[in-house]
Design a protein around this ligand. Structure first.
Ligand code: 4NP
Length: 182
C-alpha cells in the first residue's frame, strides 16, 4: 500500500484573473494527476474560477485547449467568477499569481466572517512546495508561455499531492506502472 487512506475528501479551486488561460489549465492538469495516480478517493470537488467576470461562460483560450490536448488532456470548462460561497465550499483556493491572491483575500474579507471559515487561500506555487513561484499571465504572449504554465501546474500538482494529501508520488507511479504491466 503506497497511498495512505484519506482522512477526508478535499475540494480544490484554482483561480486566475479571467479563468480562460491558467486556472482551467491548472484544474485540468490537477484532475489528470489525481486520475492517473488513482487518487480520486482523496478528492471531492475540483473546479476553477477567475477574480474577474468578463469571460463568464467562455471556453478556455484556444492556446490553453491546444496545450492541454498536446499532453493528452481535454477540458470542458466554462469560465466563471469566484463567489462568496466558494470560500465555504472549497478547502483550498489556489491563486496563480500574487495579484490573484490579493484579490481573493479581499473578496474573502468582503464575503464576511463565515466565508473566512474554511478555505485556505494561497498561491498554488506555495501549496505545491515552490515557495513564491507564480504562474505568469500568458494572455498577451506567445504559445511558449502556455507550455511554461503547463510545466508549472503539473509540477505544483505533484507537489500538492505529496505535501497536502501525503502521497508518495513516485511510489504511486511505480505502483501504477506495475499494475499496467500485469
Ligand atoms: P487568465 O489570463 O487570467 O490566465 O485566464 C487572462 C485572460 C484574459 C485576460 C487577461 C488574462 N483579459 O484581459 O481578457
Amino acid at each position: 500500500m503506497t497511498t495512505p487512506a484519506p482522512d477526508k475528501k478535499i475540494s480544490v479551486l484554482f483561480c486566475c484573473l479571467g479563468n480562460i488561460c491558467r486556472s482551467p489549465m491548472a484544474e485540468s492538469a490537477f484532475r489528470h494527476t489525481i486520475t492517473s495516480l488513482s487518487l480520486g478517493a482523496h478528492i471531492d470537488h475540483i473546479d476553477s474560477c477567475g477574480t474577474a467576470s468578463y469571460h463568464t461562460g467562455d471556453s478556455p483560450d484556444p492556446r490553453t485547449v491546444s496545450t492541454l490536448l498536446s499532453h493528452g488532456i481535454k477540458t470542458t470548462h466554462r469560465a466563471r467568477a469566484v463567489n462568496a460561497r466558494d470560500f465555504e465550499r472549497f478547502d483550498y483556493i489556489l491563486a496563480m499569481d500574487t495579484s490573484n491572491l490579493r484579490d481573493l483575500q479581499r473578496k474573502a474579507a468582503a464575503a464576511g466572517e463565515s466565508a473566512k471559515g474554511k478555505a485556505k487561500v494561497m498561491l498554488f506555487g506555495d501549496a505545491g512546495g515552490y515557495k513564491g513561484e507564480v504562474v505568469r499571465d500568458p494572455y498577451y504572449g506567445g504559445d511558449e508561455g502556455f507550455e511554461e504554465n503547463f510545466e508549472q501546474v503539473c509540477r505544483f500538482s505533484r507537489g500538492f499531492v505529496e505535501r497536502v494529501l501525503g502521497v508518495d508520488v513516485e511510489a504511486a507511479e511505480a505502483a501504477k506502472e506495475e499494475k499496467e504491466g500485469e
